[in-house]
Design a protein around this ligand. Structure first.
Ligand SMILES: Cc1ncc(C[n+]2csc(CCOP(=O)(O)OP(=O)(O)O)c2C)c(N)n1
Ligand SMILES: [Mg+2]
Length: 297
């Protein structure tokens, strides 16, 4: 087991104060330890942690393109295997890289079943290039390419279900996690690196700049997402959900109100019709993953 006292993702990088993806990176490396090679796609994390000639990574780290981290990781894994080496090969990539442009390479890597762990830090948009929507952007979120205004309530597409897509590839272990629960991230990454084959973890990592909230609130915002059911923390083994975090669910309103990307839903008065549609998404999640704590009558 890795020595968790080690800080393998150093402070002093250039992330925004309160950047949840940076916290996720730190926790991921606590789980993997030093015997690890990280493959990173283009995105905020790569940009803020590796401005040449500096790096925050104290493990071998490689960046190639926005779209091909899974292919790079596949090649590294095969090469290590031939050399009889046992480093953990992990991808740490944004949601744009994962849900959209990298899908082809990810699908291939999971089909071939490389012994890699692919981790998506999901900040729900293309943040590095100026907050454009991605396949992970939630319904009605305001982004620069799904602007809310007179004719639109923001992003009109539903968040793509990546965990289910990768489970359908036959991934032996698929999990979701959140920076609201740091120990849970560490445990799930440990489980993934110790499971042979291509495993997937998707971590909800709020972006204070892109979502519009004060950086001191990153953790409370992640908690609110779980408490209302818009984010569910679960684990799937061989395609079957084996665990999902139960909650005493609150309405989605407070979570939405806390972020500027949903501000248009409350001004000048609450748009009850649109908010009800978002509540229905949370209700569907709750039913699908059976997360509601039922109080005894
Ligand atoms: C082929 C290609 N298209 C577009 C870009 C520009 N680009 C760089 S990072 C990025 C967005 C990354 O989004 P995401 O993966 O969600 O990471 P985040 O910045 O949100 O952390 C884009 C569009 C690129 N580098 N390469
Ligand atoms: Mg992103």
């Amino acid at each position: 087991m890795a020595d968790k006292s080690l800080e393998l993702f150093e402070s002093g990088h250039r992330a925004c104060g309160g950047c949840a993806p940076a916290l996720a990176a730190r926790l991921i490396l606590k789980a993997t330890g030093e015997n690890t090679i990280v493959v990173a796609s283009t995105g905020c994390m790569e940009v803020f942690s590796t401005p040449y000639p500096e790096t925050a990574w104290k493990v071998p780290w490689i960046h190639s393109l926005f779209e091909n981290a899974a292919a790079v990781a596949s090649g590294i894994e095969v090469s290590l295997k031939h050399q009889g080496r046992d480093e953990n090969v992990i991808c740490i990539c944004g949601d744009g890289a994962t849900f959209d442009i990298g899908m082809l390479c990810i699908s291939g890597a999971f089909e071939r079943g490389h012994n890699i762990t692919y981790i998506c830090y999901d900040n729900e948009a293309y943040m590095n290039t100026g907050i454009q929507r991605s396949g992970a952007t939630p319904y009605d979120a305001n982004t620069t390419t799904s602007p809310a205004g007179k004719n639109s309530y923001g992003n009109q597409m539903q968040k793509k279900d990546m965990p289910q897509i990768l489970a359908a590839h036959g991934a032996p272990y698929v999990a979701t996690a959140s920076t609201a629960y740091p120990n849970d991230i560490v445990k799930k990454v440990e489980r993934a690196i110790n499971t042979p084959g291509a495993c997937y973890i998707q971590i909800h990592t709020p972006c204070c700049t892109g979502w519009g909230f004060d950086g001191s609130k990153s953790i409370s915002i992640s908690k609110q997402a779980i408490e209302c059911g818009l984010w569910v923390n679960f684990e799937m083994v061989d395609g079957v959900v084996v665990k999902a975090k139960k909650v005493l669910r609150k309405p989605v309103d407070e979570y939405l109100k806390a972020q500027k990307r949903f501000r248009h839903l409350f001004k000048p008065t609450p748009n009850t019709e649109e908010i009800a549609k978002i509540q229905a998404i949370a209700d569907r999640n709750a039913e699908k993953y059976d997360i509601d704590i039922k109080l005894k009558e």
